[in-house]
Design a protein around this ligand. Structure first.
Ligand SMILES: C[S@@+](CC[C@H](N)C(=O)[O-])C[C@H]1O[C@@H](n2cnc3c(N)ncnc32)[C@H](O)[C@@H]1O
Length: 208
């Protein structure tokens, strides 16, 4: 049987479990203040958000990006650290491939709503990667869920990540987002970095 780290088909075996995590984020006042403002406008759970928050705090100089913004809660959190570039259709999921579970139109939220929530952010409306531009990226939170979109984000962002720049990919090992995990797995097969997966299914890469 393939092991999770040997073959992307292993991702199909990931299951939800009850785990013995500790709520360390409750001790972080700045994070909790922000979290209390965004809890209703993000799909990320506190442990996932806290992982992104910590990686962002340690990021080298450079730009912050989020691909897959939805209502903008995670982007709002990141904008407390640096201005952020936000990429989304703002009309929800634009396509569904054979390894995807979400449907076209899922997670639709208007660009105007997000712009208001994230004043230190700049929206770029359209399917990725059409509105991408050249940048020195210090941190990218990729949360587009589907296989092709994840692949497109990785292909564009990875070469533009600065040394020690951080890529956090949500849903890498999330049962409903198999296509996303497959794209990450296959993309990094010939790269020097190995994605580190945590117990919440996020994959993290620090650029060499
Ligand atoms: C799970 S939601 C993002 C959740 C968000 N990061 C949060 O903090 O709650 C996925 C988002 O990806 C966007 N998306 C998916 N595929 C896309 C694509 N090909 N181009 C642009 N946006 C895309 C959807 O419109 C949706 O807003």
């Amino acid at each position: 049987m393939p092991n999770l780290i040997d073959d992307h088909r292993g991702l199909r075996k990931v299951q939800h479990i009850q785990h013995d995590a500790v709520t360390v984020w409750h001790c972080d006042k700045q994070f909790m203040n922000i979290f209390n403002r965004i809890r209703k406008v993000t799909l990320l759970t506190p442990p996932k958000l806290y992982h992104v928050w910590q990686m962002a705090k340690g990021a080298p100089p450079g730009a912050f990006w989020e691909c897959g913004v939805y209502k903008g809660g995670t982007a709002h959190m990141l904008s407390h650290l640096r201005p952020i570039e936000m990429f989304d259709t703002f009309e929800g999921i634009p396509e569904k491939g054979e390894n995807d579970s979400h449907h076209v139109g899922d997670f639709a939220c208007s660009e105007a709503y997000v712009s208001k929530l994230v004043p230190r952010g700049k929206t770029h409306k359209g399917p990725v990667p059409t509105r991408f531009f050249d940048d020195d990226i210090a941190l990218c939170h990729s949360d587009v869920d589907q296989e092709q979109a994840t692949w497109d984000v990785l292909q564009y962002v990875y070469p533009r990540l600065v040394t020690h720049g951080v890529l956090v990919i949500d849903d890498y090992a999330w049962p409903h987002c198999y296509g996303c995990g497959k794209a990450v797995f296959e993309f990094f097969e010939d790269k020097p970095e190995a994605p580190v997966v945590n117990a919440f299914g996020q994959a993290t890469v620090v650029k060499r």
